[in-house]
Design a protein around this ligand. Structure first.
Ligand SMILES: *Cc1c(COP(=O)(O)O)cnc(C)c1O
Length: 414
C-alpha cells in the first residue's frame, strides 16, 4: 500500500502487490506529462480537432424568465464527441497510453457510455481494445454494445456475481494483472486507486478552466453557484476545479436521489447519511455499504449515477464543506429534463438532468443579479428508451412493437 494520493483521509491505492510496478509506471508517466507543457498542448489540440473543445456556454433565456431569480447558464459538454464529458478523460488517457508505449487498452463499463468512449479512442489511436461489461448490462445496453463492436472492441460479458458494473471492474483488474506489460486500464471516473482520481480530474479540469474564463467574458463576473451531477465524480471535479480558489462561488454536487431514502432506493453517498467510510475497489471513500462492508443495492433512473462509491476528492471536499451535496429524485429529474427540452431545445442526459433539477429548484430563490452555471455533462440520445418509458409515449411503444414483429416475421421465414 502506498501513502501518496490521499485527500484528507480519503483515496490511497489499496492494490495487490503484483500491480504496484504498473501503478508506479502510470504515476510517473502522469506526473511527467503534467510537467510537460507540450503534452497538455497536444491534448488541447486533439480535443479541439476531434471533439468539440472549447465547448460553449448557453444562456437559458426562456427558463430564466419563467423561473425568475438567478440567470441560468449551461456548460455544453454534451457537444463532445460521443456526447459527453467522458471524451475528455479517454482521449487524455489515450495520449498517456501512447506515451507509455502501450498498445492495448481495457475498460469497465456499466451503461456502456465509457465503453463507447474508450472504443472510440482505441479506434482513433490504433489500440487493441477489450471492454468488460456485466452480462446483465450487455443485455440491457445493446445499442452501446453494437457501436463498441463496430469500432473493433471485444466486449466481454461478465457472468460472475450480480453480472453488473462491480463484477466488470473485478474482471478488468484480473485482465490487467495478466497483461500489464502492454495494456493500460482506462478507468472511467475520478475513483479507484491513486493516481486515477487525481489524473482523471486533471483531464476533466479543462471544463472548469474554460467555464471560468467564459463566464467572466460573457457576464463580467463569476457565477454565484455551479451545479454538477455526481456519479463517480469526474464531471463535477472537472467543472468545480475551475472555481476552487473563488471563495464566493458555491459549488453544488447533485447525486441520485432515486425513489427516495431507504436501502436500495437511491445512490446518494454524500447528500444522505447512509454511506460510511471504507476501503473497496482499491481506494478509501464513502461507500453505500452495510456494517460488514457488503455493498448495498443502489437505484437511479440514470445508469451513470448508479454507483456505490464516490471520488475520494469529493469526499474530502464534502468533509471540508467546500462542496454542498444534494440529491434529486427520479421524478424531479425526468421533469427537469422535459422542461429543458420543451423550453430550450436542449436535451440533457438523465445524469446531467440531476444538476438541472437542483438548479431549477434554487434559481427562483436567488437574486436576478446572480448567475448560476450548470454542467450539462452529456446529451440524452442514449436515454431515449428510459425517457420514452417514463413519459409512457404510446407512439414509441407501438414503434418498438412493430420493430419486434418485423424481426419475428423475418425469423419465421428464414
Ligand atoms: C458517465 C456520466 C456521468 C457520471 O460520471 P461522473 O464521473 O460522475 O461525471 C454523468 N453524466 C453523463 C452524461 C455521463 O455519461
Amino acid at each position: 500500500m502506498k501513502n501518496s494520493g490521499y485527500f484528507s483521509q480519503f483515496g490511497g491505492a489499496y492494490i495487490p502487490e503484483i500491480l504496484v510496478p504498473t501503478f508506479d509506471e502510470l504515476e510517473s508517466a502522469y506526473l511527467a506529462a503534467r510537467e510537460d507543457e507540450s503534452f497538455w498542448q497536444e491534448y488541447l489540440d486533439i480535443m479541439s480537432t476531434y471533439s468539440c473543445r472549447a465547448t460553449p456556454i448557453s444562456r437559458l433565456d426562456n427558463l430564466t424568465e419563467q423561473l425568475g431569480g438567478a440567470a441560468i447558464y449551461v456548460k455544453r459538454e454534451d457537444l463532445n464527441h460521443t456526447g459527453a464529458h467522458k471524451a475528455n478523460n479517454v482521449m487524455g488517457q489515450g495520449l498517456l497510453t501512447k506515451r507509455m508505449g502501450k498498445k492495448r487498452v481495457i475498460a469497465e463499463t456499466g451503461a456502456g457510455q465509457h465503453g463507447v468512449a474508450t472504443a472510440t479512442m482505441a479506434a482513433k489511436f490504433g489500440f487493441d481494445c477489450t471492454i468488460y461489461m456485466g452480462a446483465h448490462d450487455v443485455a440491457r445496453q445493446r445499442p452501446n454494445v453494437f457501436w463498441m463492436e463496430q469500432m473493433g472492441a471485444t466486449v466481454v460479458a461478465v457472468t460472475e456475481g450480480s453480472q453488473t458494473l462491480k463484477d466488470a471492474i473485478n474482471e478488468a483488474f484480473r485482465d490487467w494483472v495478466t497483461n500489464m506489460e502492454d495494456t493500460h486500464y482506462v478507468l472511467g471516473t475520478a475513483c479507484g486507486p491513486h493516481p486515477f482520481p487525481e489524473m482523471v480530474s486533471w483531464f476533466q479540469s479543462v471544463i472548469g478552466t474554460e467555464s471560468r474564463a467564459q463566464m467572466l467574458e460573457r457576464t463580467g463576473k463569476l457565477p454565484a453557484r455551479v451545479y454538477a451531477c455526481v456519479g463517480g465524480g469526474s464531471n463535477a471535479m472537472g467543472i468545480f476545479s475551475g472555481f476552487f480558489d473563488d471563495k464566493d462561488v458555491e459549488l453544488v454536487g447533485v447525486e441520485a436521489g432515486g425513489r427516495g431514502k431507504g436501502v436500495g432506493q437511491h445512490a446518494a453517498r454524500l447528500a444522505y447519511d447512509d454511506a460510511t467510510i471504507g476501503v473497496a475497489q482499491g481506494y478509501k471513500t464513502y461507500f453505500l455499504q452495510d456494517n460488514d462492508g457488503q455493498m448495498k443495492d443502489t437505484h437511479s433512473v440514470s445508469a451513470g449515477l448508479d454507483y456505490v462509491g464516490v471520488s475520494p476528492i469529493l469526499s474530502a471536499l464534502h468533509e471540508s464543506k467546500q462542496v454542498r451535496f444534494e440529491a434529486a429524485s427520479d421524478a424531479d429529474v425526468v421533469a427537469a429534463m422535459q422542461k429543458t427540452v420543451r423550453n430550450e431545445g436542449l436535451i440533457p442526459a438523465l445524469e446531467s438532468s440531476h444538476a438541472f433539477a437542483q438548479a431549477y429548484a434554487e434559481a427562483p430563490t436567488m437574486s436576478p443579479d446572480d448567475n448560476i452555471l450548470i454542467n450539462m455533462s452529456g446529451r440524452a440520445d442514449k436515454d431515449i428508451f428510459t425517457v420514452a418509458d417514463a413519459v409512457d409515449d404510446p407512439k414509441w411503444r407501438q414503434f418498438i412493437i412493430d420493430k419486434a414483429e418485423q424481426y419475428q416475421n423475418a425469423g419465421a421465414t428464414k
